[in-house]
Design a protein around this ligand. Structure first.
Ligand SMILES: [Mg+2]
Length: 124
């Protein structure tokens, strides 16, 4: 399989993978979201209790980074499955959300600021 950087092609590849294995019938949205959050947990586990120095080791050692890569792939795979199950075009959704974010966070009012639900905007 050539991994062309086309999200819709990758989505079709994942859909075919699941159809060939008759897994589609297990894929209701609620369980897919649980699977997605489990994969997010597996990504978080890769970083749990590590210092910044240890984390930079993960990112610079290919064998260690592989585990992170795989968890990120699992997360995106589940997101793509959810998107085809609920008939959402991911690329269009991202494009629309980016436009919305540009309006919500204009550069002149948002540059170098992070937002926190309790503390509000803060500079770094
Ligand atoms: Mg995983």
């Amino acid at each position: 399989m050539s991994m062309v950087l086309d999200l819709n092609k990758i989505k079709d590849e994942i859909r075919n993978f699941n159809l060939e294995r008759d897994w589609d019938r297990f894929h209701n949205v609620k369980d897919l979201i649980i699977a997605l959050t489990s994969e997010v947990g597996e990504l978080a586990e890769c970083y749990r209790w590590l210092t910044e120095e240890e984390i930079s080791t993960i990112h610079s050692v290919p064998e260690k980074k592989k585990k992170v890569e795989e968890e990120i792939a699992d997360i995106l795979i589940y997101l793509l499955i959810i998107s085809y199950k609920v008939d959402i075009n991911v690329l269009e959704a991202i494009e629309q959300k980016l436009e919305k974010n540009k309006l919500r966070y204009p550069v002149d009012k948002s540059k170098s600021l992070h937002s926190n639900p309790i503390m509000g905007f803060k500079g770094k």
